[in-house]
Design a binder for this molecule. Structure first.
Ligand code: COA
Length: 355
């Protein structure tokens, strides 16, 4: 049976390094607090006007395309995971298609909005097209520019110190080699927790406070004087255009769901935790990754951690970590690579790949 294999990987991060000390010019924070809670030492931010989510994605994609041994015009479909597209609409997939200079091929492009689990969802969707024989070269991308959506005042420090910008890409191709390629993907969501990690504006919700959902009490924009638009002055003043996170709730769910879905994926293909050669957790927080590895019994030398350098790059974190590990020679022919993510939605998922 035809499976999808990862034929090429690539990543790109902006050159602009922002250290924890650099953040102290905007907010009351310090290197010790950030490192102790998250493991992050620095992150990358784009230079405004120079890069966007799609231009970062194009740089990562060109590397992945070359490594797959094809030309950009041979790509026959794009699956783009991001929560920070260049525009509210259209999606980032079409901008990436244009950036790659292949708009005249008129290939399809879809956007996936599943936050930190976005790349796992994207991989799952893309692999179905390969398995059914519909497409032969699918470009799968995770890219984010989050630095422009952070509240850099002390009010936003709980979130602003965590997130970074970057892009990772893979090219999927069919393989008939027995036991190779994407063996399985498992995807989950629980919308009851949608407001636990959220950027509410711009959106049709309109920013109303809801007791039942335990939304922050200062979300109250029912007053008609604010008009009927996605964004108004009152929302800007009250930080609703910035992400909100119940950090402790996210932490607790993440450390449960990461191991659960990893085991579910392994069970589906009759493999064990000890069969994993490389574990690539979404780079949410170094403490979460260490906790999850310990709970699963995966030795730390099999776990990829690069959050120290890039922060949490949401949908880009897994493909960046995969490409970086591949470049370092940590992914070898025949290896079992396990990628698992958890994030806003809540959404979570796992993908198992035999290289
Ligand atoms: N620098 C210094 N102090 C900070 C700070 C910062 N950047 N951010 C928050 N603080 C302060 C808070 O104001 C609070 O002070 P107070 O006790 O005087 O009110 C104190 O530190 C503790 O804040 P709290 O939010 O309770 O910290 P925490 O121990 O829960 O750690 C996280 C916060 C975000 C690091 C932690 O909850 C976490 O890692 N959650 C998971 C987040 C995650 O992975 N998200 C991505 C999911 S994909």
């Amino acid at each position: 049976m035809t499976k999808a294999k990862i034929a090429g990987v690539g990543f790109h991060v902006p050159e602009n390094i922002i250290t924890n000390d650099d953040l102290t010019q905007y907010m009351d924070t310090n290197d010790a607090w950030i490192q102790e809670r998250t493991g992050i030492k620095e992150r990358r931010w784009v230079t405004r006007g120079k890069d966007t989510t799609a231009t970062l994605a194009a740089k990562a994609s060109r590397i992945a395309i070359e490594r797959a041994g094809i030309e950009a015009k041979e790509i026959d479909f794009i699956v783009f995971a991001t929560l920070s597209a260049d525009y509210y609409f259209p999606g980032a997939g079409v901008i990436l298609q244009r950036e790659l200079g292949i708009a005249d091929t008129e290939i399809g492009a879809i956007d996936i909005k599943n936050q930190c689990t976005g790349f796992i969802y994207a991989l799952s969707v893309a692999s179905q097209y390969i398995e059914t024989g519909m497409y032969k070269n699918v470009l799968v991308v995770g890219a984010e520019v989050q630095s422009m959506a952070l509240d850099l005042s002390t009010r936003g420090r709980g979130i602003a110190v965590i997130f970074g910008d970057g892009a990772g890409a893979v090219v999927l191709q069919p393989t008939e080699e027995k036991g190779k390629g994407i063996l399985t993907t498992k995807l989950h969501a629980d919308g009851r927790y949608a407001e636990k990690l959220i950027m509410p504006v711009p959106g049709s919700h309109g920013g109303y406070h809801n007791d039942a959902l335990e939304t922050p009490s200062d979300w109250n924009f029912s007053d008609e004087k604010w008009g009927n638009s996605f964004v108004n002055e009152h929302m800007l003043k009250n930080a609703m255009v910035f992400p909100y996170m119940d950090g402790q709730h996210v932490f607790k769910m993440a450390v449960t769901k990461f191991p659960e879905v990893t085991k579910e994926a392994l069970d589906a293909v009759h493999l064990k935790v000890s069969d994993i050669d490389l574990f690539i957790p979404h780079q949410a927080n170094l403490r979460i990754s260490q906790f999850v590895a310990k709970r699963l019994g995966i030795p730390l030398e099999k776990v990829v951690n690069n959050i120290q350098k890039y922060g949490n790059t949401t949908a880009a974190s897994i493909p960046i970590a995969l490409a970086e590990a591949w470049e370092a020679g940590r992914v070898k022919e025949g290896d079992l690579v396990c990628m698992t993510a958890f994030g806003s939605g809540f959404t979570w998922g796992s993908a198992l790949v035999r290289w």
